[in-house]
Write a protein that binds this ligand. Structure first.
Ligand code: GLA
Length: 385
């Protein structure tokens, strides 16, 4: 599906609820150049918003009813604004945010909302964060709540924790809300300081291969990884009480704890330490335009995610490995939470067709599945349409 226009959204709203919406919001998905599973460890991330987005059209009601229509699921879900609770459906990303507004004292009447979008779901491109950010932005306007973007990001993240049950970090919502075309965002997830880093891709392209699988482990193992990292910090805190996060730990200190924490916890910690360091070095690569150096860091990240953090899967490993067999591929790695979704690939100009054919052909043959291909186009963050 192509980018939707205001008129198309208004038409969709009219067909569903009759009449015009009060406002229409677009909120993008994201990629992450490097810095995976570092956000909830209060480390660094380097995401960028992409052209694929979620669109919502919304209108206030005078009663407490909430009517939500997903054009992509072809499904209507109804709720009451004074009794919001998770439903186990796509509607939770919307209801969870409405619940955050209620909790913050921005009591609203009910509303009608139509949603559509073109972010592939379960692909690690943060379709759920995009919905949450679109709704947070929309309700903020609709209720004239006067909240700033950072506050909206935090409400969207809290909605994911409470209604979707995933203790995610802040990266996805931050990227969707604060994205800037042609830039990545270097975000310090502890201080929440950020800067825009120009994505100077001279001679290179970023391409995603969607494995089209999402293993059921994704949500449960995500929360387990978070716990394992917390456990690692707690163990080291017994000797170093000033440590708050893994970024406070040096590789030497972690090495001293070899055999003094469960092996899996040690592996998770060593990956996170390495990833934070890689990300900072990768920002220098980007500033210098040294994309070959950046690419080899992407490869190292994949190895870390697969072997030490153990959030990859055979399909993602295969996609990354087979891509790297082509000399024009400078780097390839899984992106997002893991256990399925996409790989991100840094590919030299002039070889896109060849690489795509090699990777999709081999994937079909080996896994008996087709891989979708998306060329990354960066975009601005959440906005009114
Ligand atoms: C998911 C989470 C993010 C982040 C990534 C991994 O996308 O929602 O907060 O932890 O996984 O980097």
């Amino acid at each position: 599906m192509q980018t939707l226009s205001r008129n198309e959204l208004a038409q969709l709203f009219d067909n569903t609820f009759q009449g015009a919406p009060d406002l229409i919001v677009r909120s993008p998905g994201r990629i992450n150049i490097i810095g995976e599973h570092t956000d909830y460890n209060n480390g660094y991330v380097l995401p960028a918003a992409i052209s694929q987005a979620v669109y919502i059209a919304i209108r206030r009601r005078t009663d407490n009813a909430v009517h939500l229509y997903s054009a992509d699921y072809g499904q209507m879900i109804k709720a009451d604004i004074s009794e919001l609770a998770p439903t186990g459906t796509w509607a939770d990303y919307i209801l969870g945010v409405a619940d955050q507004f209620q909790g913050a004292g921005h009591t609203s009447p009910g509303f009608e909302l139509v949603m559509t979008g073109n972010i592939p779901m379960g692909a690690g491109l943060s379709s759920s964060a995009a919905i949450e950010c679109a709704v947070a932005f929309g309700l903020n306007e609709l209720l004239d709540a006067g909240l700033d973007r950072l506050r909206l990001v935090k409400m969207a993240q809290a909605a994911e924790h409470t209604f979707a049950g995933v203790r995610c970090g802040i990266m996805d919502m931050f990227a969707s809300m604060f994205g800037k075309k042609d830039h990545a965002i270097l975000l310090d997830c502890r201080s929440l300081d950020y800067q825009y880093v120009p994505l100077l891709m001279d001679g290179y392209n970023l391409v995603l291969f969607n494995s089209n699988v999402k293993h059921s482990l994704a949500f449960s193992e995500y929360n387990v990884r978070r716990q394992e990292c917390e456990q690692g910090v707690a163990i080291m805190q017994s000797q170093y009480p000033s440590f708050h996060d893994l970024r406070d730990v040096t590789p030497q200190i972690l090495a001293d704890f070899t055999g003094r924490m469960p092996e899996n916890v040690f592996k998770r910690c060593s990956y996170v330490l390495g990833e934070n360091a890689r990300l900072l070095a990768a920002c220098d690569d980007l500033k210098k335009g040294d994309l070959a150096a950046l690419g080899s860091k992407l490869n190292d990240t994949h190895v870390g995610l697969s072997q030490s953090y153990q959030v990859s899967c055979p399909e993602l490993d295969f996609l990354a490995d087979v891509a790297r067999t082509h000399p024009a591929v400078q780097g390839a790695r899984m992106v997002g939470g893991g256990f399925g979704g996409c790989t991100i690939n840094l590919i030299k100009d002039g070889f896109l067709g060849e690489v795509i054919e090699t990777v999709t052909g081999a994937y079909q043959q080996k896994m008996n599945k087709s891989a979708d291909v998306y060329q990354v186009i960066t975009a601005d963050g959440t906005s009114l349409l």
